[in-house]
Design a protein around this ligand. Structure first.
Ligand SMILES: Nc1ncnc2c1ncn2[C@@H]1O[C@H](COP(=O)(O)OP(=O)(O)OP(=O)(O)O)[C@@H](O)[C@H]1O
Length: 613
């Protein structure tokens, strides 16, 4: 622990994130190269409220000007009083002073609430854009990231940008203005005293530079660590069953502790080092006061400056170091926000699902004739998973995919639904190349009944209706009847209105599949993809599922990933895959006559379950 605490001092400039690679080993496409690029992108969001922003900046300008006027008025009041003029003009100075401070407060209050409005709107747009963008990213993006890590960008990183825009943006602008204004007025009042005040400035800059060079990378690292921890939390919570089944709780907790400690360390050092900034500024500020008061006093005795000017200078010195102090403090918030923004824009720079060509067509009605010609595909370049696959499926046919685990069945379906595009060869639907078809319209012609049916939090009725949102209650129930799901739904408390928790926990695997079938029947697609359940389901439910599937498949081109060979005897064509190659294709009888892998698999299944297959 102690060693780790010393880490920030060992590496002068740790290279967090720079040249960072994704888990797939690919560098993100266009990582913001510098801050100005990131700030420019934040500005492109802010610019949508240009008019209000201009108003806020005008108010900042006014309040800064008024704040600068304050000490000058005090100095004039003091000099008037010392000169024996305690009468009318002295009172006027005081009233003006009160009004100046009142307006300053009013304008500061207004600029704050307007800026909060602009910031909240900006963050709302940014978060919505990021969320929408995430949904346009290809499946391959999600394959290589943890969900929690992605969620951290949507929540934690955007929150950082939000808090910076809420307060720091104004503060930074106002500090720069105050600084410039104060220096201007000081030079005008007394160049000599200004020079004395400035003695501490180089020390301030050197100190700041030393600190921010260390805190910048630490803030960046902290954001990354928070993202990583969120990913870990999400993974371990969704893997609860496996963790418990293998008694891995202690290991998981220690993994969490490790990640949590990394956040603590980066956060600790970022805060600890940056916390030194106000102390440094205060010390140098006091030094500056002493110089102005001491040497200023000598100058006043020699009548080189007035007492009023020295009082004004003491106030201006405070005004001069305060924005520097504020800038130093805001700097850290800014660094943290920029680190967050970089992570947000990094996702937005990922390549979305290749855009559908301008000429891509939308499918309104399809017959369901599918043709694969010499199709090859690789997830990682140069490592083909599918090799020269060719087959035909006529409208309404049932095509079964069989083969050992890892043979490429799921990958082939992924190509059919354009989650991926082939690296070689072509796939056509009704004679039209899939690459010329809009993905969305292609997928709307398909329905999926997968092993791990995903159910959303909501009623059973809503979950079935997900297949077609405008379906009436009667249509939902009709689909459930056809899917053989109606009777089990009616036996449940609440029936169709029973609330399901996230991912349908509370109902069985078999029941989930029946709901998925009902959902697919309601969607009424031309093509179907069925991933047969491997988990053991009781015989009655299995018969119900098979009946439901038969109803569903009628008249639709269906692709069935079969795990139990007994269920695909009736398939029009069986594709036998091994190591990404299509070894055999034909009906059950043809393949049994041919001999080879299929008959071996059938015989193997028979041996494993005598009387089965
Ligand atoms: N996202 C991915 N990135 C890289 N390789 C992958 C990816 N998904 C699958 N693979 C690899 O592609 C090959 C085919 O996998 P696929 O999931 O298509 O097999 P499958 O026949 O459906 O297997 P199973 O019957 O076990 O579901 C496997 O070697 C697998 O490791």
């Amino acid at each position: 622990m102690f060693k780790a605490l010393l880490e920030p001092f060992r590496h002068r400039r740790p290279d967090f994130g720079a040249g960072e690679k994704t888990s797939a080993g690919r560098k993100p496409k266009a990582k913001p190269k510098n801050w100005s690029a990131t700030l420019a992108r934040i500005w492109s969001y802010l610019a949508k409220r240009k008019a209000k922003l201009a108003l806020v900046l005008l108010l900042v300008l006014i309040s800064t000007g008024l704040a600068l006027l304050g000490p000058y008025l005090i100095s004039r009041a003091v000099d008037h009083y010392l000169e024996g003029d305690g009468g009318r003009s002295w009172v006027i100075f005081l009233i003006t002073l009160a009004l100046v401070y009142l307006f300053t407060s009013l304008s500061t209050w207004l600029q704050n609430i307007w800026m909060i409005e602009i910031a909240q709107e900006t963050v709302l747009r940014m978060r919505t854009d990021l969320f929408a963008y995430l949904h346009r990213l290809p499946i391959s993006f999600f394959n290589r990231r943890q969900q929690g890590e992605i969620m951290s960008r949507l929540t934690n990183d955007i929150e950082n940008i939000s808090s910076t825009l809420n307060s720091s943006a104004i503060q930074i602008f106002s500090s720069v203005l105050t600084l410039a204004g104060t220096v201007g007025v000081m030079l005008w009042l007394s160049p000599l005293l200004t020079l004395l005040t400035f003695i501490v400035v180089p020390l301030m800059f050197l100190g700041m530079r030393w600190i921010t060079r260390r805190t910048g990378p630490l803030f960046k690292e902290r954001q990354r660590n928070v993202g990583e921890m969120n990913g870990y939390i999400e993974e371990t919570l969704s893997g609860q069953r496996v963790i418990k089944a293998f008694s891995q709780e202690e290991r998981v907790i220690s993994g969490f502790r490790e990640r949590n400690t990394r956040i603590m360390l980066s956060g600790y050092w970022a805060q600890a080092i940056s916390g030194f900034i106000p102390k440094l500024m205060n010390g140098l500020n006091n030094l500056s006061f002493a110089i102005v008061a001491g040497i200023g006093g000598l100058l006043a005795i020699r009548d080189i400056v007035t007492v009023g000017i020295i009082i004004a200078f003491v106030e201006y010195t405070r005004q001069f170091t305060r924005p520097l102090n504020d800038l130093a403090n805001q700097w850290n918030t800014l660094l943290s926000a920029i680190a967050g923004a970089e992570r947000v824009f990094e996702v937005m720079d990922e390549e979305t699902e290749a855009r559908d060509e301008g000429a891509a067509v939308s499918l309104n009605h399809v017959e369901g004739a599918v043709s694969f010609r010499d199709v090859s595909f690789s997830y990682d370049e140069g490592n083909d998973i599918l090799h020269n696959i060719s087959f035909e499926a006529k409208p309404g046919e049932m095509i079964a995919l069989v083969g050992p685990t890892g043979a490429g069945k799921t990958t082939l379906i992924g190509l059919l639904s354009r989650f991926y595009d082939p690296s070689k060869g072509s796939i056509t639907l009704d004679g039209r190349d899939l690459s010329s078809v809009r993905r969305e319209s292609l997928r709307s012609q398909m329905a999926f009944v997968l092993q791990d049916t995903f159910l959303f939090k909501g009623t059973i009725r809503d979950n079935i209706r997900y297949g077609r949102l405008d379906a009436t209650d009667a249509e939902v129930e009709e689909a459930a009847k056809l899917a053989n799901a109606h009777s089990f739904i009616m036996r449940m408390r609440g029936g169709y209105d029973r609330m399901l928790s996230v991912d349908g926990s509370g109902i069985s695997q078999g029941q989930k599949q029946l709901l998925a079938i009902a959902r697919a029947i309601l969607a009424d697609p031309a093509m179907l993809v069925l991933d047969e359940a491997t988990s053991s389901i009781d015989t009655v439910t299995e018969i119900k599922i098979q009946e439901g599937l038969q109803t569903l498949m009628k008249g639709r081109t269906s692709f069935v990933i079969a795990h139990r060979l007994g269920t695909i005897r009736a398939a029009d064509r069986i594709l036998v895959l091994q190591n990404g190659s299509l070894l055999q294709q034909g009906s059950h009888d043809e393949l049994m006559r041919q001999g080879g892998l299929y008959s071996e698999l059938v015989h193997g299944a028979r041996k494993a379950a005598p009387g089965g297959a």
